[in-house]
Design a protein around this ligand. Sequence first.
Ligand SMILES: Nc1nc2c(c(=O)[nH]1)N[C@H]1C(S)=C(S)[C@@H](COP(=O)(O)OP(=O)(O)OC[C@H]3O[C@@H](n4cnc5c(=O)[nH]c(N)nc54)[C@H](O)[C@@H]3O)O[C@H]1N2
Ligand SMILES: Nc1nc2c(c(=O)[nH]1)N[C@H]1C(S)=C(S)[C@@H](COP(=O)(O)OP(=O)(O)OC[C@H]3O[C@@H](n4cnc5c(=O)[nH]c(N)nc54)[C@H](O)[C@@H]3O)O[C@H]1N2
Ligand SMILES: [Mo]
Length: 752
Amino acid sequence: MPQPHSTHWGSFLGEVTAAGLRVTPRAADPEPSPLLRNVPAAVDHAARVRRPTVRRGWWEDGPGPDDRRGRDGFVEVGWDEVLDRLAGELARVRDAHGPEGVYGGSYGWASAGRFHHAQSQVHRFLNLAVGGYVRSVGDYSGAAAQVVLRHVLGPSELVSKGTVTWDQVATHTDTVLAFGGMNLKNSAVGAGGISAHVERAAMTAAARRGAVFVNIGPLRSDLPDGIGARWLSVPPGSDTALILGLLHTLVTEDLHDRDFLARYSVGWDSLAEYLWDKDAGWAAAITGVPAGEIRELARRAAGGRTLVTVAQSLQRAEFGEQPVWAAVALAAALGQIGLPGGGFCYGLGSIGHYGRTRVAVPIAAVPQGRNRIDLSIPVARVADMLLHPGKPYDVDGRRSTYPHVRFAYWVGGNPFHHHQDLGRLSRAVRRLDTFVVHEPVWTATARHADVVLPATWTIERDDIGASAFDPVMTAMHRLVDPPGEARDDYAIFAALAERLGAGPAFTEGRDARAWLEWLYARIAKGLADEGLPAPSFDEFWAAGELELPQVEDRGGIIGAFRADPVGHPLPTPSGRIELFSETVAAFGYADAPGHPVWLAPTEVPDPRHPLWLVANQPSTRLHSQLDFGAHSLAHKVNGREVARIHPADAAARGIADGDVVTLFNDRGACLAAAAVTDGVREGVVQLPTGAWFAPLDPAAEHPFCVHGNPNVLTRDRGTSSLAQGCTGQHTTVQLARHEGPVPPVRAHEPPV
Ligand SMILES: Nc1nc2c(c(=O)[nH]1)N[C@H]1C(S)=C(S)[C@@H](COP(=O)(O)OP(=O)(O)OC[C@H]3O[C@@H](n4cnc5c(=O)[nH]c(N)nc54)[C@H](O)[C@@H]3O)O[C@H]1N2
Ligand SMILES: Nc1nc2c(c(=O)[nH]1)N[C@H]1C(S)=C(S)[C@@H](COP(=O)(O)OP(=O)(O)OC[C@H]3O[C@@H](n4cnc5c(=O)[nH]c(N)nc54)[C@H](O)[C@@H]3O)O[C@H]1N2
Ligand SMILES: [Mo]
């Protein structure tokens, strides 16, 4: 019998057949994601970690900084042996250094289930068994936006991303200025699961009504075919200049909404003064968009219901705070913030959960216990922290100091996927005493660890799939047995907690099934409190899913603010939209002053590295997950990731479609297969993230990845002193045809 299950990219029915796991997308999903095709490969793939495995040097010589990390041999050991050693090492670090010695940020997407949520499990374990850990703040997705929008619109998700729904776009919007586009491959994914993919239908309905979609960015494919989208090709990192040029035009042609600006915002005068020399011609010189087109676009935007969206990519770059703040200023000058289908919506189309209404009952989570210390780093500063304990740095108005971490525990994330400058990250993890990873598969992170514990993957356990932005809760049924000796993260932590004297505190006497019922009971209580029927757990489990009530859409905080800015102020210091922020100005940061400004990127194409690299999200998988799945593999060429380049850039280097090419800069190099297309802007190469890092020589200072991982090339530096966010989206490279023998790709083969 097919049973329901859920992933971050969609729900499905799974059934084991003679031909393997058969995956059938949820019937009510109008446009299931092709990423589901990657799922069957998870069953018993050679890349699965089957037994507890430890690095030889750590097992034989004990913990401590070690240059062999990442290139040492591994030995398989028994569960009891490894858990005893690991518990002893955790106790040693806790007693010698306190929770300050343990990094438990453990950033990553893990799986969609709410109980077997890897980060919830590791954080609960570290709090209860070790007393706490050094945390991470923000995420790789949108750290710069989160910080700047908190100052500009207020500290609430609802003020910046929940402001416009897809239904409103379909019904009300005349023009969408989509900075970074709204690529359907991105909105196909949402943390905690997606029951129905609605974005294409909404965009198509809007286009049929005559709405115009403008895709602003270096790739044509960032808006779907069939909606008549216009493509304004701009170089990476230039959006703020374009927006300032649009603002300048609005002001000179008196198209800006003075009443709105006066009533709802503060700081317009400072910004307007700054704008005086930023005319369309100035913006044209930076962006390559003709001045006439910039002016025409400004007029069009002022002439109807206009929505300004900013993809997360724009802010995952140096000075990434600026285009987001500038886009808010543009929407404010157009005067439509708070109108249905108009104004500003951060990240619409970047992720499946934006543009949807919210679930009206709280989604229960595993309780985290208490962290006895309050020490954190901005998430993307992890290599800095490991390399420079004690070093001071600035973030969001504070001067902080990196703690001295000895032990890193990573569960449900893949830093050797997500972090920048992997050569530097390799050097950083060598400073640790001990690096422990739970993983279902032999990722590059597992290969750099001391202790690799085999974790189950989602289809091997029962769970509950739910998100605050999706109306359907899924009973995720276990579909297959785990491979080898793999255990649930929960079971591993329960066994470790037991050894550390915190067993009952960690489990509260419940097994995994009892925890599912505990979580469900909380959600059911929420339903009952709303006067709604709540089936029993067994009924829910047998039905496979449960529809959750949605918050009635009344425009939310932004709608209430528009209706009455005095009675319903924004959660900012002034209560209004801060186009100038006294708070940010008082920080005194040259790289993030008090209003949005044009700051030219400091790493730009030069004669040695004449091309921009756009390292965006992959269309064929979620990050590094299931890179060995059928859909991901089908889009590689001879097992290598594909880099898209413009015909002129290819011709200048004698590169033909399908050639193996090397991308390189001073940090590293990688091979990729070339796809020559005029869908990328000239001067830009696009290579998505997620091909597993496969260094030819793991000891090399500057790694050479034979598979096509762009993070050997990217720069490890924060967005600015304001947010210190990830800047992985852009770097600069040279490109050449690869001559000579091509090394084989062995990324998906286990090291033992
Ligand atoms: N250059 C560049 N780099 C980027 C980006 C970019 O645009 N450019 N984007 C960044 C962004 S936005 C993000 S969010 C990050 C994503 O980075 P990550 O979230 O770290 O990437 P994933 O591949 O999703 O890693 C999840 C890991 O968890 C494992 N896993 C899955 N389920 C379980 C489980 O139940 N238990 C355990 N123990 N493990 C499990 C998977 O096998 C996988 O290795 O990448 C960032 N990196
Ligand atoms: N299929 C799939 N979907 C995903 C994910 C995945 O791994 N796979 N990851 C999910 C996650 S965790 C996140 S955070 C979101 C990320 O969402 P985004 O960050 O929005 O996604 P990206 O694909 O990295 O970037 C979108 C597009 O922005 C354009 N772009 C890059 N730099 C610039 C610039 O400077 N200016 C302009 N105007 N455009 C630019 C690129 O052409 C790129 O294709 O995606 C989510 N969705
Ligand atoms: Mo992300």
